[in-house]
Design a protein around this ligand. Structure first.
Ligand SMILES: Nc1ncnc2c1ncn2[C@@H]1O[C@H](COP(=O)(O)OP(=O)(O)O)[C@@H](O)[C@H]1O
Ligand SMILES: [Mg+2]
Length: 557
């Protein structure tokens, strides 16, 4: 659905990039001239090629604004799209320059409801002390100052207004609003409602009551004027409903007319017919009493409402309610959530299936007579088991990210269960693996299983001691992990017999180390070193590149 429609105005064309110029013979306060970039402010100032300095940068370099003032201006700027849209006008935020007068443009906003008056950015430009008379007047008289006759220099009538921005009784900045008057001769109801709302808001800015303090930020973008608009009168009755707003309420199941109705009871009734719990904050919004966002659900549609109470000169003039149909947006969000749940369920089932496979292999192994065949099947059981562990972890992890320390704990436990030597070894785990994406966790679990198995199986396979020698009864195996900003290093050491003399890690053709090498070097792009320790025993080192905030990549990777 497009924005609420209104008659299009002719775009205003600026004479060149230098800002508009005014006839020299004009009397009265002069509107600020634009187009002069502050020295060192544009492309030259530490940012390449025309990047626009931020509000904070400009304010701290050129003005005396305090941090509380700035906070207020940030709040204003984060919400002034509303004012620009309702006014069909361009807004420029000017702040007085420290020492010597003049003004600096801190921010600018174009309307989404009409053509802009400024093709070029004006942020960072400056109005000389004499040029900013319109701004000075708004500040000095602390009221909205409206130029009596429109400016025709660009061929289109533009009325400039200046609105003081007040905080705690002080004018801290001035908004220049340039309204294109071209369509003002035959404005529609919608436009009149917009403009009236804009005037109320402008007065609230001047009185220091807009933006509202302490409004909670919403997760979804707040509705815009063009999404749909209701105007409530003083008593909470709808005095205007834009076509989009009407459609949204129709979709919620409203059969009666909105115009003239009190919005609060209408919303309460809608909630009652669809058996939704009556949300208190929704009711506050529907009565237009507090500035807030809420959602109403009914008839399979979800509509977001944002209320902007209008209080001008101390008395309530009503409220604006922005209305946005968010049904599609919410549906997609829910779909994504269900997708995540489905993926986890699948991991759960894969784990179950792998455990079944492992159990079948184990049964088969028991029936075999040849020890070699039996050992081979037992190896397979372990390999399948280690993959099952990762799937199990993924079945209760969001976003395909595995807390690998949990996996490592269980891999170590599994390895020590099947270790079949007479020497007692309880493998130890130190350091942290941290979270790993599934596509790293899967192979790493397998690698760890193989290395541990080798340490336990081969490391302590001592030949029978000659008579008189005492048999070794304990040994140690330690797995340690170090997680750096972009690497993970895992070392498995044992203090056992050490590698055989003819050991060559590169050419070893046995399956275990072949799997390890393929996964570490080939699949994960890491490094593998298996070396004898000087003090006896063996060390296997795996070093992998891992990104800190690594998110799951496409599965085929
Ligand atoms: N920690 C270790 N201590 C002693 N020897 C090892 C160790 N790790 C590997 N080896 C040697 O490397 C060989 C190859 O290991 P591997 O490829 O896993 O095959 P397998 O474990 O099936 O023998 C082993 O047979 C063993 O001789
Ligand atoms: Mg092995």
């Amino acid at each position: 659905m497009g924005p609420d429609r209104f008659p299009q105005r002719a775009a205003r064309v600026k004479p060149g990039a230098g800002g508009r110029t005014r006839p020299a013979d004009r009397g009265g306060p002069r509107r600020p001239e634009r187009g002069r970039w502050l020295a060192g402010e544009s492309a030259a100032a530490g940012c390449d090629y025309g990047c626009v300095p931020t509000l904070t940068d400009l304010a701290s370099r050129h003005t005396n604004l305090t941090s509380a003032d700035l906070e207020c201006l940030h709040a204003l700027v984060s919400d002034w799209q509303l004012l620009a849209d309702l006014s069909f006008a361009d807004l420029i935020l000017w702040a007085p320059v420290r020492d010597g007068g003049g003004w600096v443009a801190l921010a600018q906003m174009r309307p989404t409801t009409g053509p802009t008056s400024f093709q070029d950015d004006v942020v960072g430009t400056m109005a000389e002390p004499g040029d900013g008379a319109l701004l000075d007047t708004a500040r000095d008289e602390r009221r909205i100052w409206r130029e009596s006759d429109p400016d025709w220099t660009t061929g289109v009538p533009v009325r400039a207004e200046t609105i003081p921005v007040t905080r705690e009784g002080r004018v801290i900045a001035v908004i220049e609003r340039n309204t294109n008057l071209n369509s003002a001769r035959t404005p529609s109801r919608l436009e009149l409602t917009y403009l009236q709302g804009a005037d109320d808001l402008a007065r609230m800015v001047a009185e220091g009551t807009f933006p509202f303090g302490g409004e909670e930020a919403t997760l979804v973008r707040s509705p815009r004027v063009g999404d749909g608009l209701l105007r409530l009168g003083r008593a909470g009755r709808v005095t205007y409903a834009s076509p989009n707003a009407l459609s949204a309420f129709r979709r919620l199941g409203l059969a009666t007319d909105l115009m003239g109705a009190e919005l609060g009871p209408v919303v309460a009734k809608l909630c009652a017919t669809c058996a939704a719990p009556l949300d208190e904050s929704l009711m506050l919004v529907a009565y237009g009493r507090v500035p807030r966002d809420a959602e109403i659900e009914g008839n399979g549609s979800i509509v977001q409402l944002r209320s902007i109470p209008l209080i001008v000169g101390g008395s309530r003039t009503g409220a604006l309610i922005l209305v946005r149909d968010v049904t599609e947006l919410r549906r997609r969000e829910r779909e994504l959530m269900t997708k995540d749940a489905t993926i986890r369920e699948i991991h759960h089932r894969v784990k179950n299936n792998l455990q079944t496979v492992a159990a079948l292999l184990r049964l088969q192994a028991r029936r075999l007579r040849g020890p070699e065949a039996r050992a081979a099947l037992e190896d397979a059981v372990r390999r399948v088991g280690s993959i099952a562990i990762v799937h199990e972890t993924l079945s209760h992890a969001p976003d395909e990210i595995v807390a690998f320390d949990e996996v490592a704990d269980r891999v170590v436990m599994m390895a020590s269960e099947v270790a079949g030597t007479e020497i007692q070894v309880a493998p130890k785990l130190t350091g942290t693996f941290g979270p790993l994406p599934a596509y790293v966790a899967m192979p790493l679990a397998l690698v760890l299983t193989e290395l541990l198995q080798n340490a336990l199986q081969h490391g302590f396979a001592y030949p029978e001691p000659a008579s008189g020698e005492t048999k070794r009864s304990t040994g140690s195996v330690e797995v340690s992990a170090v997680r750096g900003p972009d690497r993970l290093t895992v070392v498995v050491v044992d203090d056992g017999v050490g590698l055989p003399d003819d050991f060559d890690p590169e050419s070893s053709s046995s399956l275990g180390l072949q799997i390890v090498r393929t996964l570490v070097v080939g699949e994960l792009g890491g490094k593998l070193e298996i070396t004898p320790r000087p003090e006896g025993g063996t060390q296997a080192l795996v070093d992998l590149p891992v990104q800190e905030d690594e998110r799951p990549k496409d599965q085929e990777g």
